[in-house]
Design a protein around this ligand. Structure first.
Ligand code: C5P
Length: 211
């Protein structure tokens, strides 16, 4: 039995008190992973951005809004966990300046300067202790496999799930699960439940090598 932390869903980055940048992530992959992990007997904590789905009642669910809030929750929880599965699609950019008042239209184009948000998986993975592991996801439109391996190394992940844009806000997924040495552990196409079961199976091996 392991303590598994899962990030799930999108995050929001505000321009002003009412407008924000985000993406169409539904949280369904994180939901399916939480179900599969609970079924395998693990303790599960989900840190989720705003979603309209429900997580299993047996999971501890922490709701956050922005990438920074998700990062802070993960950094607080990760030390007491055995592993992290980063299934969230955090908003990668944030406005350089956030207006405290609602931006008023003035008939002119609105120019936004965006800066990168913190990378949650990479920041948490940098704090990994010997027994801890991190599974990342890579969503790529081109060179999926190669880019996923590069991303796995850059973010210090122990396993990477490579998927395409069809995964976003969909009931199904088509993934390649990659080990840290770049070998393919599995190719899975199907419902997010089927994909989650395969990811959990591969994670079990990771848990065994770390303990
Ligand atoms: O967006 P990208 O394809 O780089 O995401 C790869 C992995 O990094 C995913 O597991 C995602 O949850 C994670 N990520 C993150 N923080 C970000 C961006 C991505 O944890 N700001």
């Amino acid at each position: 039995m392991a303590n598994i932390l899962i990030t799930s869903g999108p995050t929001r980055q505000y321009l002003d008190p009412v407008r924000y940048l985000t993406n169409a992530s539904s949280g369904r992959m994180g939901q399916a992973l939480a179900e599969a992990a609970l079924e395998a007997g693990h303790d599960v904590t989900v840190v989720t951005g705003p979603v309209s789905i429900d997580y299993p009642a047996a999971a501890t669910v922490i709701a956050v809004d922005t990438t920074d809030e998700m990062l802070n929750a993960v950094l607080e929880l990760f030390p007491a966990c055995d592993g992290l599965i980063g299934a969230a699609a955090p908003c990668d950019y944030m406005p350089h300046r956030i207006s405290t008042e609602k931006l008023a239209k003035d008939g002119q184009p609105l120019e936004l300067e965006l800066i990168e948000t913190a990378d949650i998986v990479a920041t948490a993975a940098a704090t990994k202790k010997k027994h801890q592991w991190v599974v990342g996801f890579a969503l790529e439109t081109e060179d999926r496999r190669f880019r996923a391996i590069v991303k796995m190394q850059r973010k210090c992940c122990d396993m990477m799930v490579s998927n395409g844009p069809a995964a976003i806000n969909s009931l199904t997924n088509d993934v390649e699960i990659l080990a840290s040495d770049g070998t393919t552990l599995a190719h899975v196409t199907g419902s997010k439940q089927v994909v989650a079961a395969a990811i959990l199976k591969a994670t079990q091996l990771l848990i065994r090598t770390k303990s």
